[in-house]
Design a protein. Sequence first.
Lengths: 114, 111
Amino acid sequence: NAGVTQTPKFQVLKTGQSMTLQCAQDMNHNSMYWYRQDPGMGLRLIYYSASEGTTDKGEVPNGYNVSRLNKREFSLRLESAAPSQTSVYFCASRRTGPANEKLFFGSGTQLSVL
Amino acid sequence: QQPVQSPQAVILREGEDAVINCSSSKALYSVHWYRQKHGEAPVFLMILLKGGEQKGHEKISASFNEKKQQSSLYLTASQLSYSGTYFCGTEIRNQGGKLIFGQGTELSVKP
């Protein structure tokens, strides 16, 4: 099983450029998440989706948009990248419901905005 | 809303014990613990779903005090492989699965 697949693994952008980070899971999970990780800040939640067709803001949603395209895919879009968005981005998924389960993480995307 | 972890960093010799604490200002539904090695994704250690629950994973165990809104991770007889950054993740009731992480505790185990 592939688990959670993120693309790309690395990306360099210029300020003002746009891009979409892709995430797909093959575990039939209903909930999906996007986190960013900066040194000393831990993992901060950007957006999450509890089911297909729903999305909710996390701790740091400004400057980002998301799309839950279907149950498998959850994309993160930067419309106009800024240097402050330089970070490592992790997508994660899990089953939630009567009992919320553990998160499965993708391998991460290292994004640099110059 | 972000849980607070303490200490921020700890250095151990092999065989020593450590405790990492995670506290929240809000009533918790569950607490997760993950470990991350440099350059890798976080890896699940355990999840605690009920107040007072304690779980174990090899020489790593955790407790969840619902009344105090806190959890502790216990690492006993530490090994070199325990080095990494430990994160607690917390869920609050009725927030649709929102999972927020603390800032992390960096653990270094020396020979």
